[in-house]
Design a protein around this ligand. Structure first.
Ligand SMILES: NC(=O)c1ccc[n+]([C@@H]2O[C@H](COP(=O)([O-])OP(=O)(O)OC[C@H]3O[C@@H](n4cnc5c(N)ncnc54)[C@H](OP(=O)(O)O)[C@@H]3O)[C@@H](O)[C@H]2O)c1
Length: 276
């Protein structure tokens, strides 16, 4: 297949590239390509004529999105509109990567794929705008929601925890924000399997099991031999940030599991990541 991969320099993009080795893949990322430049993007996609566009590129800095919601909408909403319009123009399938932050975090059990969306921050609203464009401009699409990604070399929670542990010798971590720590390698494998199915729809793709940020931090310290470092639980309300995350927003994988696409527990994936 001929594929366009947006955000190929990002955490997920880098994990996807080796899995697509049997295909002809063109990358779209800054600074060479900007998805907000509709004319240039459409021309590039028209020239390449992909069968499938994988679209993980996004403004993923949630605090930055809160400080500049217009930019978040421009990149995550209208940038995705541009990608979807280009896909429609060349008759390509599209896979859009979305987030658990399209949910409000008021649930008492993990969100299934068809749960009502109600984002509470600018990042989540802008990613929901992206979902809206994909759903309304295309018929042959996948929306793959994921959460709490980490990858080698990426800016992410495990790296931050290890850095702070070594700098400070003790940590305070939020105990009432719950999600699914997810290793990009596992997500990339699931996406590579999903696109083979052509079973279009909405999917939740996260490592199995939920954790609080506190649980996640404790496991990172345990697996990296830093178990003795004290961790004080903190309430979300005590941790002032520009962007408020949904408090309880783990995702349930029903739709992908029905296709045989399942994930190992988050602790096993984290152990592999930390031993690499
Ligand atoms: N990271 C998470 O915890 C998480 C959780 C849930 C869902 N997701 C979703 O998963 C997807 C992949 O996340 P990730 O962690 O791999 O993100 P990432 O590492 O931030 O990669 C995103 C890539 O997109 C590029 N990009 C940003 N704006 C662009 C634009 N206007 N035109 C072209 N490229 C642009 C970025 O370039 P620059 O680095 O130069 O900006 C970066 O290379 C995203 O759609 C995100 O919303 C992520």
């Amino acid at each position: 297949m001929r594929m366009v991969l947006t955000g190929h320099k990002g955490q997920l993009g880098r994990a996807l590239l080796p899995l697509l080795a049997g295909h002809e893949v063109a990358g779209v990322d800054l600074p060479e390509y900007d998805i907000t430049d509709r004319g240039a993007l459409r021309a590039a996609i028209r020239d390449f004529r992909p069968d499938l566009i994988l679209h993980p590129a996004a403004m993923t800095d949630v605090e930055g999105c809160a400080r500049d919601p217009d930019l978040a909408y421009r990149v995550n909403g209208m940038g995705t509109q541009n990608v979807a319009l280009a896909a429609a123009e060349v008759g390509a399938e599209m896979l859009y990567v979305s987030t658990n932050e399209v949910f409000d975090g008021q649930a008492t059990e993990p969100y299934h794929e068809w749960a009502p969306r109600n984002p509470i921050n600018a990042y989540g609203r802008s990613k929901l705008a992206g979902e809206w464009y994909v759903q309304n401009l295309l018929t042959r699409f996948f929306i793959v929601r994921t959460a709490w990604l980490y990858a080698p070399g990426g800016r992410n929670f495990p790296h931050r925890i290890l850095q702070l542990a070594d700098e400070r010798g003790s940590l305070k971590v939020v105990a009432d924000e719950v999600g699914n720590p997810t290793y990009v390698v596992d997500l990339a494998r699931a996406i590579a399997a999903l696109i083979e199915t052509h079973a279009y729809g909405v999917y939740h793709a996260v490592n199995a099991g939920a954790a609080s940020r506190y649980d996640f931090a404790r496991e990172i310290l345990r697996l990296s031999g830093r178990e003795s470092i004290p961790v004080e639980p903190l309430a979300l309300a005590e941790f002032q940030r520009a962007s408020t995350p949904p408090a309880y927003a783990p995702l349930a994988n029903n739709a992908a599991a029905a296709l045989g696409i399942t994930f190992r527990p988050w602790q096993a994936a984290l152990a592999e990541f930390l031993s690499a």
